[in-house]
Design a protein around this ligand. Structure first.
Ligand code: TYM
Length: 331
């Protein structure tokens, strides 16, 4: 069986971008492949988090995973920090990664460019992609379903794996990113030239998976479009294009079909439709997630079992790594 691994970092509440670019795409892998879906809390702390909030978000994300259709009896759902092999493997890989390739990561460059002057940049932020490589490689994952923004990180994991394999001997499967067609990059509703992001300061720029219907209607109503006034799927109308992509990702239709169905109609009607499509998709997820969140002990049971299963798989690969680099096994 091929192996799939992916993760979301709980550094903010889950957005429609995360849902369409990642979670929704993960569901389909469950029947055919052995899937590991993780909550990357160690990645979240590369920038400082409010501890109480971070813990709350981890549970919320687990609830959203399950509510969206990830089945914990088929897939392994777990919290990254509960599986120490991630941190241990990350160190060994850090010693096999180089500063140059990490400096070239665009997410690192963007994030550090955005930080105000005099804010210190944690070494964790720099090493972030190595931890992510560890997440992927210790499961020998074949496929990593992510949005396009994470593609470069998956390629780095592949490079590190290849280097490790040729320096020591065959150890890791070379992973491949799987990018969804229309949801590769859901854009910011206020500035459709940038990605929709959970850490944006402007709440109107994103839709959260747990946003109530009226909030969704309002945010879509305010989404930036253009002065063309005709629903077209083109780079000249990035705001409209983004809304079409959202519809396509949810309804599994082609952009042309959406354009055709709005011929002769204006943006108001179009936006109302977009909002209803999103609400229809998210309402059942919200209902189920909120239900799950009332029973913490069930969620605890799920992530405890997940950590056990994940640990079992990860530790096998970790032991190989340790042995190959020459660490003396404990007796
Ligand atoms: P994160 O938490 O930023 O995003 C989680 C997933 O959502 C995708 N995504 C989007 N897709 C489409 N449009 C958007 N606007 C959008 N925003 C986010 C991301 O591409 C990602 O798939 N480093 C990762 C988490 C991670 C990980 C891993 C992923 C940690 N370890 C191992 C895969 C494998 C991250 O910060 O994703």
């Amino acid at each position: 069986k091929k192996i799939v691994l992916s993760a979301i970092k709980p550094s903010g509440e889950i957005t429609l971008g995360n849902y369409l670019g990642a979670i929704k795409n993960w569901i389909g892998f469950q029947d055919e492949y052995e899937c590991f879906y993780c909550i990357a809390d160690l990645h979240a702390i590369t920038v400082r988090q409010e501890p109480r909030l971070l813990r709350k978000r981890v549970l919320e994300i687990l609830a959203i995973y399950i509510a969206s259709g990830l089945d914990y009896t088929k897939s392994t759902l777990f919290v990254q920090s509960h599986v120490p092999a991630h941190s241990e493997a990350s160190w060994i890989l850090t010693c096999n990664a180089n500063m140059g390739e990490l400096s070239r990561m665009t997410q690192y460059k963007d994030k550090t460019a955005k930080l105000k002057e005099n804010t210190s940049i944690s070494a964790g932020l720099f090493n972030y992609p190595v931890l992510m490589a560890a997440d992927i490689l210790i499961y020998n994952a074949d496929f990593v379903p992510v949005g396009i923004d994470q593609k470069q990180h998956v390629e780095l994991a592949r490079d590190i794996a290849q280097r490790f394999n040729s320096s020591y001997s065959d150890t890791f499967t070379l992973p491949e990113a799987k990018i969804p067609e229309n949801a590769a990059k859901i854009m910011d509703l206020q500035d459709p030239s940038k990605k929709m992001s959970k850490s944006d300061d402007n709440q109107n720029s994103y839709i959260l998976v747990l946003d109530p219907p009226d909030v969704i209607r309002r945010k879509i109503g305010r989404a930036v479009t253009d002065s063309v006034g005709v629903v077209n799927y083109t780079d000249e109308q990035p705001g409209v294009k983004n809304l079409i992509n959202i519809i396509c990702a949810i309804k599994n239709v082609k952009p042309d079909e959406v354009v055709a169905s709005f011929e002769g109609k204006g943006y108001k009607e179009f936006k109302e439709y977009v909002a209803e499509v999103i609400i229809e998709e998210l309402e059942p997820v919200q209902k189920k997630a909120n239900e799950l969140l009332t029973d913490k002990s069930k969620l605890e049971e799920i992530y405890t079992e997940g950590a056990m299963k994940a640990s079992y798989a990860a530790t096998k690969v970790l032991r190989k790594m340790q042995k190959k680099v020459g660490l003396l096994p404990p007796v």
